[in-house]
Design a protein around this ligand. Structure first.
Ligand code: FAD
Ligand code: FO1
Length: 454
């Protein structure tokens, strides 16, 4: 496999012993470059391969909605790995301590993990690198073009990253090799994780219920991709910005939890019989927009606060800091969808009920939070809190980039100035009314509420 997908986080003398793959972002056995790399190393060493996942019960305020989806997916991963003679262990607690102990107990010769630009993950890896004394390698199993290869710096926008990605796609958008049945170590390891007990003993916020309209796990993810390609891809370009229609792929929860590889999605879409414009429109979002979000979080430490706004946006928002806010809403009022704007309220209710607000409404939703908050800083805090509390795909680079785009002009340009927004792109109720049927969107949200009440 292309070694440019690998970074050395820590070097140490080589030894013999099993290889440990610490799975975190990319929770799947198939199409997983980190796992494929770890297996390659274990085969060279003629050693067993162990996969571990460290369960952290307080991951950035995640609720049972998120852990329920994630744990069901992980149970499937344990089964998929066992079929390949690869043992899976679920650890729970502080990753640095747990990984250090695991590596020590197993006398591992190499520790491999997947890439994630979130600050919390970088912190974990720094701690683990300090704690272990074996080589520690990181593999970008999420981006098609490895984040550090696509660009050495923060990009201004899609227009600056797109040519760099497109030039490198021929090298990196390749078919995956299959995960092999591992010839070293215990054959068909026992499925030892008691997932029911993990679930019941998990101490997480249960006030945001799980969703039932989407089946978690890598198999369901693959079915969702096949269904999207067959039934929706052709109309994607014309429907993706109409929230009253069901034109999106609904892949983001699966992509967020790594239950399907973006590269698998790209390969299958590219090979589909859909028209080139339909394929191109989708691949622009899936590849350029998504990998731009990883670039943003990887190279911008304060990706989740107003410190990340480009200079022009910070200045214009400062110039309008004292403008009168016609409406002001608290986090509680917004959380209760109790504003004067019934379209915004519908979007909030869609997110709370289904765990997935339509992509077009996310822009409008976040921009109104800027308009109705006392400051851009408070708007960022509130938007991130609500997004990560309710969206199944929350706590994701796409979310931090999407909110910073909406509120702080990140990856966007200046527009005509207006109160509060200054030159930040504005979106209005009437603008939405001219683009889609607000009534049909609100009916769709109400139907999802009625389904939930059953
Ligand atoms: P599709 O339209 O089917 O797109 C397919 C895939 O392409 C998505 O899953 C995603 O990986 C990628 N993609 C599409 N649009 C974008 C985009 N604007 N930016 C980055 N990648 C994109 N996405 C999240 O994954 N998690 C979030 O928490 C999140 N919060 C957002 C908040 C705001 C304010 C905004 C403006 C956008 C946010 N997005 C977020 C991006 C986008 O809205 C979602 O990725 C998309 O709606 C997910 O639904 P889908 O997979 O059905 O999308
Ligand atoms: N990653 C982990 O390695 N361990 C966890 O316990 C964990 C919990 C979790 C809960 C909700 C959620 O949205 C993400 C979670 N993640 C966890 C991170 C996930 O693996 C993704 O890497 C990032 O959130 C996306 O970059």
């Amino acid at each position: 496999m292309n070694q440019k997908r690998v970074r050395v986080l820590k070097d140490a003398p080589a030894s013999s012993g099993p290889v440990v793959c610490w799975m975190s972002r990319d929770m799947r056995a198939q199409d997983n470059w980190a796992l494929l790399y770890a297996q390659g190393k274990a085969l060279e060493l003629k050693q067993p391969l162990h996969v571990v996942f460290c369960l952290v019960p307080s991951f950035i305020g995640a609720t049972i909605r998120h852990y329920g989806f994630m744990l069901k997916g992980l149970a499937e991963v344990e089964r998929d790995l066992a079929r390949k003679n690869i043992a899976f262990s679920l650890l729970a607690g502080d990753p640095a301590r747990k990984l250090e102990m695991f590596v020590e107990q197993r006398k591992a010769s190499l520790l491999v993990t997947d890439f994630d630009p979130l600050a919390i993950k970088t912190g974990w890896k720094n701690d683990v690198a300090a704690a272990v004394d074996v080589p520690f390698h990181e593999v970008d199993a999420h981006n098609i073009v490895p984040c550090w290869i696509a660009s050495p710096k923060r990009e201004f926008g899609a227009y600056t990253l797109r040519p760099k990605i497109n030039r490198l796609l021929p090298e990196f958008l390749e078919e995956f090799p299959a995960l092999r049945t591992h010839p070293f170590g215990e054959p068909s390891p026992a499925l030892k994780t008691d997932w029911a007990r993990v679930r019941t003993t998990l101490d997480v916020d249960a006030s945001v219920g799980e969703v039932d309209w989407l089946t978690p796990g890598p198999r369901a993810a693959r079915r969702a991709l096949d269904a999207f390609i067959e039934h929706k891809l052709a109309a994607y370009n014309s429907q993706r910005n109409d929230p009253s229609k069901d034109g999106q792929s609904n892949l983001s929860p699966y992509l967020h939890f790594g239950q399907i590889a973006p590269q698998r999605v790209a390969l299958d879409v590219r090979a589909s019989s859909a028209s080139p414009p339909a394929r191109a429109a989708f691949l622009e979002e899936l590849i350029v927009r998504r990998e731009l979000a990883d670039n943003f979080c990887f190279y911008t430490p304060d990706y989740d606060n107003s410190g990340c706004f480009p200079a022009w946006a910070a200045r214009t928002l400062a110039d309008h800091r004292r403008d009168t806010r016609e409406y002001l809403y608290s986090l509680e009022q917004l959380d209760q969808a109790a504003t004067h704007d019934h379209l915004w309220n519908a979007a909030q209710r869609e997110m709370v009920n289904t765990g997935k607000m339509h992509g077009y409404m996310r822009m409008y939703w976040a921009k109104k939070i800027l308009e109705w908050s006392p400051s851009p800083e408070e708007a960022m805090r509130v938007a991130i809190h609500l997004n990560d509390r309710y969206e199944l795909d929350g706590r994701d680079p796409n979310g931090y980039a999407g909110i910073a785009w909406s509120i702080g002009g990140v990856h966007d340009r200046a527009w005509f100035p207006r109160p509060v927004f200054g030159k930040i792109r504005y979106m209005s109720f009437n603008g939405c009314k001219s683009k889609f049927s607000i009534k049909e969107y609100e009916d769709k949200v109400r139907r999802s509420e009625l389904r939930n009440e059953k």
